[in-house]
Write a protein that binds this ligand. Structure first.
Ligand code: ZN
Length: 102
């Protein structure tokens, strides 16, 4: 199991505080909801999330921001499928602009 796969379960159980923290970094004023947090070298938004606790140490992992948006809005794990922006905006996190690509 990868770090990201482990993170999904924690994300689904993370609750409102995490959700508020995530959406607080998204500009929802326009047609596309633009990620304002950390952006990686490929121009993709990334969200740091808590990983599993091993030997009392809570690991950190990160996940593409739009994937976090999809998981939080749908409430399930997309599994191996990629989450893609149908609008073509690499920083868009608007749930209705997100789709799964198997
Ligand atoms: Zn969009």
């Amino acid at each position: 199991m990868t770090g990201v796969a482990m993170g999904v379960g924690l994300l689904l159980g993370a609750g409102k505080a995490f959700s508020d923290r995530f959406w607080g970094r998204v500009d929802r004023s326009g047609e596309c909801w633009v990620w304002r947090g950390v952006v990686n070298r490929k121009g993709r938004g990334v969200m740091s999330i808590a990983g599993p606790t091993v030997d009392g140490v809570r690991a950190r992992t990160s996940m593409p921001a739009h994937r976090v948006a999809w998981i939080l809005s749908r409430g399930r794990d997309p599994g191996a499928a990629d989450v893609v922006q149908s609008c073509g905006n690499a920083l868009c996190c608007r749930p209705k602009h997100l789709a799964l690509r198997q």
